[in-house]
Design a protein around this ligand. Structure first.
Ligand code: PLP
Length: 423
């Protein structure tokens, strides 16, 4: 079934026009132009509450993975709902603090933290560095010593579990660059105990993203729980068990992502045995389905083999189809009786610049709008200025109101840093 209300309950047709909550997408487009990212505040808050409800009976800190979408107004929604942040850079720390996220709810992962970033995070007194190598522990210790502080760390272990997702977003297998092999972890924990300016508080794992079944989590968390036991026997007492993020979302109408409550019910008993507090780091599943990319049809082009719908947004705005071969459900904003089957492609000078291949949608014409669904995560945050294209504007809908949460970049903005230094 195409272009129906079955895909996403926050984006529904009313009088034949797609709305986000109670606002017509045509109305927004008239006001702000295209392309733009569009988010439903209610969709975000409902997801937050779904997570809170699922984990309410166990001490759990929910740290939203800011890399999924780091718009300040989006981070602010998480802050207002008492959600912390999982960050992967100094820039994300800066934004999280700007949005008012408290430091005791910030955890910091990533294989390549710079000295500058480490010092920044130590000074901000974040809850935990999720460290990914022995050398990183040494460096954090020496920087902490220099600034006269003690840095809390958790060790990211690699449980060697196949999450059965795209290889580029699979992070917990043996040959992956992430984490410390679980077999070596005990040794590293012991060695890390010697450092005076390090406090070891936890264990961390994150096995990948867009994971569509709970079983890889059960496998990974069980393996890490065994490690926690071994550590206890060695006298190394931890406080936090951070299981990362990665829960998948609905990109295709047939997708059935895990239910959050089922996920919690499967994981909590395993973590409970360790006695540690839980940290979870969902990104995509908190924001992905809450957003859509709205783009306008520029041209229709018919070739012998294919029809093309050429729109004003491309891989610079949404790179997932190009780099992960990702599928995003696409809908015409206006319902029509006739349908077409076409490739929905962008204006970028690359053959990989497509939003959807062989898609059936309602007939569109030049000037009509198209919605690329489930684009709230890894959409705007991965966008670029390739082909010197200003990034898409971003809009947040709240009931029957909408507001711009990121202005459209203009040409002046695009050249500013180059113009200042031109010879
Ligand atoms: C990317 C990432 C997440 C979030 O993953 P999602 O699939 O968006 O939930 C969580 N933790 C770490 C360490 C990550 O790198």
């Amino acid at each position: 079934m195409i272009d129906s209300n079955d895909f996403n309950s926050y984006f529904r047709y009313k009088d034949g026009v797609l709305h986000c909550e109670d606002v017509s997408i045509e109305t927004i487009a008239k006001k702000v132009g295209t392309p733009f990212y569009l988010y439903s505040k209610k969709a975000i808050i409902d997801k937050i509450n779904e997570y809170k409800e699922a984990f309410k009976d166990y001490p759990t800190i929910i740290c939203y993975a800011a890399k999924a979408n780091s718009n300040l107004s989006i981070l602010k929604i998480f802050q207002e709902n008492d959600i912390g942040c999982d960050i992967v850079s100094g820039g994300e720390l800066y934004k999280a603090k700007k949005a008012g996220i408290p430091s005791n709810k910030i955890v910091y992962a990533g294989v390549g933290k710079t000295d500058f970033e480490i010092e920044f995070a130590i000074r901000e007194n974040i809850l935990s560095f999720n460290v990914e190598s022995y050398q990183e522990i040494e460096v954090i210790n020496s920087i902490a010593e220099k600034v006269g502080k003690v840095a809390r760390i958790s060790i990211r272990v690699n449980p060697d579990v196949d999450p059965k997702t795209h290889p580029y977003i699979s992070t917990g297998m043996k040959k992956s660059k992430f984490g410390i092999d679980i077999d070596e972890a005990l040794n590293i924990y012991k060695k890390a105990m010697q450092f005076k300016n390090i406090e070891i508080i936890g264990v961390h794992c994150h096995i990948g993203s867009q994971i569509m079944s709970i079983s890889p989590y059960i496998e990974a968390v069980s393996k890490v729980a065994e490690l926690v036991d071994k550590l206890k026997k060695e006298g190394i007492e931890l406080k936090y068990f951070d299981i990362g993020g990665g829960i998948g979302i609905k990109y295709k109408i047939t997708d059935e992502p895990p239910n959050i409550k089922d996920f919690a019910n499967a994981i909590i008993p395993i973590v409970k045995q360790t006695g540690l507090n839980l940290i979870i780091e969902p990104g995509r599943s908190l924001i992905g389905e809450a957003g859509a990319l709205i783009t306008k049809v520029l041209f229709l082009k018919d070739k012998k083999e294919k029809h093309f719908v050429i729109v004003d947004s491309g891989m610079n705005d949404l790179v997932r189809p190009s780099i992960y071969d990702a599928y995003h459900h696409i809908m015409a904003v206006k319902i029509k009786d006739k349908t077409i089957k076409a490739d929905i492609v962008g204006p970028i000078c690359e053959s990989g610049d497509f939003l959807g291949i062989d898609r059936e949608i309602c007939q569109v014409e030049r000037g009509d709008l198209v919605a690329v669904m489930s684009a709230g995560a890894y959409g705007a945050s991965m966008s670029s200025n390739y082909n010197v294209r200003p990034r898409a504007l971003e809009v947040l809908v709240d009931n029957n109101n909408f507001k711009i949460i990121r202005e459209r970049e203009d040409y002046n903005y695009l050249i500013k840093l180059e113009e200042e230094v031109i010879q």
